[in-house]
Design a protein around this ligand. Structure first.
Ligand SMILES: [Zn+2]
Length: 145
């Protein structure tokens, strides 16, 4: 084996070692990224649940104090501002429309979604020249049942 051949073999061995080290570093880097993501996820989850526990404890304290009116779905404590809402019913109604845990809020969201679909369908029908007039003055979309 000539010295040049030996140098080529050594060069090849060094390149293999470098490639292997690069792969190990890439794996380590990917594992570190995944670990950071997991830690971030767990921290966020922990913070979210810690916040929810704190809110639930506040709600329990309100219920035990017996001095406050709370939303039965989220525990929000109602504060009446007579200048803005003269009655508790108005305060309750305002909250119901914005409480993401309240069934009325969910129903309103679904209603808005369905209304937007209906508007799109009516627009499409009108574009296609489909007659949407109600026959004999009766609503043909309702059933007798
Ligand atoms: Zn609520």
């Amino acid at each position: 084996m000539t010295p040049l051949e030996k140098i080529d073999i050594l060069d090849e061995m060094i390149n293999e070692m470098i490639n292997k080290k690069d792969e190990e570093l890439e794996i380590e880097k990917a594992e570190n990224i995944r670990l950071c993501h997991d830690q971030w996820y767990i921290t966020n989850l922990w913070n979210k649940q810690h916040k929810e526990i704190k809110e639930l404890n506040n709600w329990i304290n309100d219920l035990q104090a017996g001095m406050y009116v709370n939303c039965v779905y989220c525990g929000h404590r109602f504060k009446s501002n007579p200048e803005v809402f003269p009655t508790i019913q108005e305060v309750l109604h305002e909250h119901m429309e914005n409480c993401s845990k309240h069934p009325l809020f969910k129903a309103n969201q679904e209603l808005k979604r369905l209304n937007s679909i209906i508007k799109i369908l009516i627009g499409d029908a009108l574009e296609q020249g489909i007659d949407l007039s109600v026959p004999n003055g009766k609503d043909h979309l309702t059933t007798p049942y």
